[in-house]
Structure formats: C-alpha cells, structure tokens
Design a protein around this ligand. Structure first.
Ligand code: FEO
Ligand code: CA
Ligand code: CA
Length: 653
C-alpha cells in the first residue's frame, strides 16, 4: 500500500462531505459496541517484559497466562530493528526473496545486473497477498501446496543503483521500466514441508510468473467487449496484457485465486483532460502525473495515445493456480475500483458472496453475490460463477444497522439519464454509481474477511487523516484518523450459517487502533491490551482455524513517527479475550506486513515482508536495512517468511 510518492491515497471522492454527527460516543456506548473494552491510559497494564530478543525500547509485553486470551504466546518486542523478530518459541525463516528462481530455467539473482528476461522468471517485487492451495486440489494437506503471491509494486530507488525518489522520473531507462513491469504481477510456487522445514520445490510443474509485461489476461462479465475497453492493440475489448498493482486477494471455494488490482491510476501518463474519459479518470485519480515513468516509453501507458487502457485495470482477477496454463480472467461483474482484494463465503442457499474494499480515503465497501450456486462436486462448473450476480455497496447507519445498496442498471439513479447506458457502464464507473446511491465514505477499506468459524465479517480501515470533525459518523468515528480501526459486520443468522445475501446487517466497531496509553489517540481495545499489543494502520488480515483474528499493519512513513514496527497482531473475536491484541511478529525497518496465510492445520503461518527499507532517503547503495541478506552491496529484498512453532505445534496455541 504505502509508496514513497504517496499517490496511492489521493482522496478523489467529491461526495465525501457528510452531515455532522455528534452521536458517536454515546451511540457506541449505548449499544455496547465496545463492551469489555477500555480507552485511554488505563487500558495498558504493566506486565513483566518478555522478549526473546534483547532490543532497546520502552515497549513491554505481558505474560499470556495472566490474561483472559486464548492466545498462548508471549509477545514479541514492539521495537523497530534492522531485521525481523517473532514471539519466543517460534521460528521465522525466509522462504523466497525478490529475484529468487520461480520457473525452472530462471537464472540466479544478480542485483547489479538485472534483466527483463531474468525478472520474468524470478520472484517479483513487493510481495503482498499470499494464498496457500493444498496439494492435491480439494485436499486439506498442510505440508504440501501451491503458494500464490502477489507483487504489488516496485521501489526503483532500491532496485537500481543511482536512482532516487527525486530523480526516478528523469533518469530511469526503458529497460529498467520493463524490469519494473516484469516485477509486478504474481508468482506461483510449489512448497513442501520436510522434516519440519519448508522449502520451495524446484522445477515444479505448477510454477509460473504472471506479470504486467507479458501475461495475457481476458475480460469477462458485463463490461467485456465494451467500446470503452477497446484499444488499438485489442479491438475486441476482451484481451489485456498484464495485471497491475495486485495488492491483497483471496480464494474461492472452488480453489481459484482472486487478486485485487488496486492503485492502477499511478502508472498512466499523458494529459487526460481532453479525453472522453476525462471525468471518469478524475474520479479515479488518473491525473497525468504518474508515480511511474512507464508512459515515457510505452504508448499504452499514455492516455493521450491509448485513452481506454486504464479502463482495463482496476478489476478482480481470477485464475486457477492448479493449472499453470490457466488464463487470468478480469471479472468485470465485481466492479472496477481500487480493489484491495476479494474474499469469499458460501451462503446457506449455495450462492457465493465476495467482499472487496476500495482502498482510498472516503471510498466504499462492496459486495458481490453470485446468481448461480456453488457446486462442490464439480470444480469446473464454478469457473464462471463470478460473471453473473448482484454488485452492491455498503451504507452504514448510525443506529448499528447497515444496508447493501444494489448497483443494478435501471434501478434508482443508475439510468441513461445519469450516464449509465448499461450494466457495463456501472461496472466501469463503479465509484460514480456508488456515489449516486448514497454509499458511506469510509476510512480506506483494506482487507475484508469473513471469520470462517462465526461468519461475522471484519473490515480493516487503515487510516484517513483527511477526515474532518464535521465528516465523522458512527462507522468512521474519529476525525484525523491516523491509526485506523476495525469494523465487525453481522450478517443475519446463527454462527456458521449467516446469510451474506441479506440486504440488512448489523455492525459495530471492533477496535479503534492507536496507543491506548495516549488518550489523545482515542484508541479502544480490550482493557488488558499490553504496551506491546497496540497497533496502527490495520491492513491485511487472516483467521486461524479457531477463528481468531490476525491483523497485519502498514503504517507507511508514519512507522518512524509512531515508533513501532509493522507486523502481526493476534486476538480473539469472541469471549473474554475479545479485542485483546497481542504482538506476534515484527517486520524489519521500513517494511509493511502482508500475507498473512495459515495452512489448514494452523501449524504454519506465511507472511510477506513488503518494501523493507522504503524510506525517503533510502537507496540501493545506502538502504535503511539490507534485510534479509545483510551482505555488502545487496539491497533489501521483499521476502516471503514462513513461521512455525519450535515444538511443531499450532501457531498461537
Ligand atoms: Fe495495497 Fe490497500 O494496500
Ligand atoms: Ca493492503
Ligand atoms: Ca487477508
């Protein structure tokens, strides 16, 4: 998510103004949304400092056995360091790094001699989403499987000697841009646990790279073939080379991956103001001032030369990791925006719901419900389920209810009179459709995941420092929200059989992030959250097999100001330990935490360390960390980390 140039978070929603609401605190306490929690200085308790690493810092951890949590680990030290560290009793090892071999004939990594040909076969940059797909397909094998790893973006100042954040646009060469494109996309690798240790299986038939540069994708659903998706290279409007800014993701019940194309706007050059798409581009931040220089060298990345190319990005992309020849499909029925990811759940009636946040300030939460039903007996029968269904957007009411507002052509304002000639226009201009129906602007919706045990749905809202006091509402209750929060949504029905097709859900605030020892943060957790357990900027999340919530954080440049590393936090969602956040794993300096993903047995946790060393003065030659190699001349490398318990047991048990 974070980027030196900060263009991923531009806040372009013109309808963000909300009526002033003064009811927040009374509302929250009235309906008991934060029952069992405490705010302010009293929330932190002093415990014995327990840390497996001796690291300088004020953060203290408390002993798990003294607390009402079901999580049994002692907290990791809540301090920033050059390398990563994990809770005592656990091992954290790097499994694969940027530049390591993915496909069989990939060359060895050579940091001083990057080539396009090599990068297309090697592990890409800035690993984000991690999905574990057991082998064989349909099994719950926890010791052998396929990992799908997204590569969201690149840090050229850390990849190429001589480039800085300031001189990048001027100095980067065509070949370096080509390497950047090859480093975007995803990697598919096979992994195996042998004698307790995980390794990448060499020469796996499943291994592949998907890149922005060369992987042919297809468009399907209501917008496929639409005139607004046609380009000179693709007069059909159905074939796109590449996928872009693949951030978080998810898995379908039929074992395919869903990858979110997030901040696609920052790659397109050219003045958009005279384009027929000018208004649409403005709403999405395609501004003519790209972060990346690709438009200098590649016509399709310049909207003056190829005005429809940006319309071919910003989708959920589905492919089958079990078939290395499968063509990634951009599912237009799920709408186009800055998809953080896409997570799924099967409903009691057999339909499937996909949740997806639009990660930008004052943007919305979406839901897609398939028309067809999931067929658990015929995997391939599900392969086009995501082409037909109902896309909706969330409206959060201050009374603790929420409504799903359908984005369906011909309904309400979504007609030709407002510029929507068909469902295809709603798919392409989803944000504008959501504006018109009255969706609730949120504080940057990141990962949104249903708890597999209870069916309650959790939304990470990372932060929004642009929200003013007269823009707060019950679901976004803090002005200048620097630390973010987590919302819990309650589809109707009993645990495990909740109806994710319902028009109305309940909701409440699960936690408000920030430091509970600083009353000015307005943080709220379980009253016994320790001085090490507080977090800032929740981003990705995962549930373990017991339904406990694991949150990864991404503070971006605020990491140094906040004085805590990004990493993993774990907590119960039910019972006396609800929202008692415990710190488990620390990223190295200037990295954000991505992944996370458990194996079905809960004994392995895969984590993605993204952009180690990303800081404004940090460069290839003089980086702020050289994680994970720490050898002279080697720049930091985004890395996939595997965490296991030293005794071989369940993580967090
Ligand atoms: Fe790429 Fe919203 O994080
Ligand atoms: Ca994210
Ligand atoms: Ca996740």
């Amino acid at each position: 998510m974070s980027k030196l140039h900060d263009t991923d978070d531009i806040g372009v929603n013109p309808t963000a103004e909300r009526p002033f609401s003064q009811i927040i605190d009374t509302l929250i306490s009235r309906r008991g949304a934060l029952k069992g929690m405490a705010a302010g200085a009293g929330a932190a308790i002093a415990g014995g400092a327990v840390s497996h690493l001796v690291l300088a810092g004020p953060a203290q951890a408390s002993t798990a056995s003294e607390l009402p949590t079901t999580l049994g680990f002692e907290e990791a030290a809540h301090v920033i360091a050059d390398s990563h560290h994990v809770a005592p009793g656990y091992d954290a090892r790097v499994l694969i790094r940027w530049g390591d071999k993915v496909v069989a004939d990939a060359p060895e990594f050579d940091a001083n001699n990057l080539t396009v040909e090599a990068q297309e076969k090697q592990f890409g940059y800035n690993n984000d989403y991690v999905g574990f797909f057991p082998l064989p397909v349909g099994s719950d094998n926890s010791e052998e499987g396929i990992l799908v790893v997204n590569h969201e973006y690149t840090n050229p100042e850390l990849m190429f000697d001589g480039l800085t954040a300031d001189n990048y646009l001027e100095l980067i060469t065509r070949e370096q841009c080509d390497i950047e494109m090859a480093a975007h996309g995803a990697s598919v690798i096979e992994v195996r646990k042998e004698n307790g240790a995980w390794r990448v299986v060499p020469n796996s038939p499943f291994a592949r790279r998907i890149s922005m540069r060369s992987t042919e994708c297809v468009l399907s659903g209501p917008a496929a073939g639409h005139d607004r998706l046609k380009t000179s290279a693709d007069p059909s409007g159905r074939k796109v080379i590449g996928t872009l800014n693949n951030c978080a993701g998810g898995k379908t019940p039929w074992g395919t991956v869903l990858s979110g194309e997030e901040n696609f706007h920052q790659y397109f050059a050219g003045d958009p103001s005279n384009s027929p798409e000018a208004a649409a581009y403005k709403r999405l931040g395609v501004s003519g001032k790209p972060t990346y220089a690709w438009g200098k060298y590649f016509d399709r990345m310049n909207v003056e030369k190829e005005p429809n190319e940006p319309n071919r990005f910003g989708w959920i992309v589905e492919w089958d990791p079990y078939d290395p020849t499968s063509v990634p499909v951009k599912r237009t029925a799920l709408g186009r925006f800055k998809h953080e990811g896409g997570t799924s759940v099967v409903n009691p009636d057999g339909t499937v719901t996909i949740y997806s946040g639009d990660d930008e300030r004052f943007e919305y939460l979406y839901r897609f419900v398939t028309t067809g039903k999931y067929n658990p007996n015929d995997r391939r029968a599900n392969f086009n389920l995501l082409d037909e269904g109902t896309l909706s957007v969330a409206k959060f009411n201050d009374d603790g209810t929420m409504e799903w507002l359908p984005l369906v052509h011909g309904q309400g304002p979504l007609t030709a009179a407002n510029g929507f000639a068909s469902q295809a226009d709603i798919c392409i201009d989803t944000r504008r459709a959501a504006d018109l129906v009255g969706a609730t602007p949120m504080d940057r919706p990141e990962d949104v995941e249903p708890n597999p045990v209870t069916g309650k749905v959790y939304m990470m809202l990372t932060n929004n420092t642009n929200r003013k006091a007269d823009q707060i509402d019950a679901a976004n209750p803090r002005a200048d929200n620097a630390f973010g929060h987590v919302i819990e949504m309650l589809p109707p029905g009993p645990d495990g059989k909740r109806d994710h097709t319902a028009k109305t859900y309940g909701w409440n605030v699960f936690l408000l992030a920030g430091n509970p020892a600083k009353p000015e943060h307005g943080a709220r957790y379980h009253a016994q959250t320790s001085a090490a357990g507080w977090l800032a900027a929740p981003d990705n999340c995962a549930f373990d097999r017991r339904g406990r919530l694991w949150i990864s954080s991404d503070q971006g440049s605020a990491q140094r100001k906040n004085g805590i590393p990004d990493g993993m936090y774990a907590m119960d969602t039910e019972g006396p330990g609800r929202a008692l956040s415990r710190f488990f794993y620390a990223c190295p300096r200037d990295a954000e935490m991505c992944g996370p993903e458990f194996t079905p047995d809960g004994k392995t946790l895969f984590l993605a360390v993204q952009h180690p060393g990303e800081e404004k003065n940090s460069t290839f030659a003089n980086p702020s960390t050289r994680f994970p190699d720490f050898t002279p001349g080697m720049p930091p490398r985004p890395s996939l980390v595997v965490v296991t318990k030293k005794d071989g047991g369940e993580i967090g048990a």
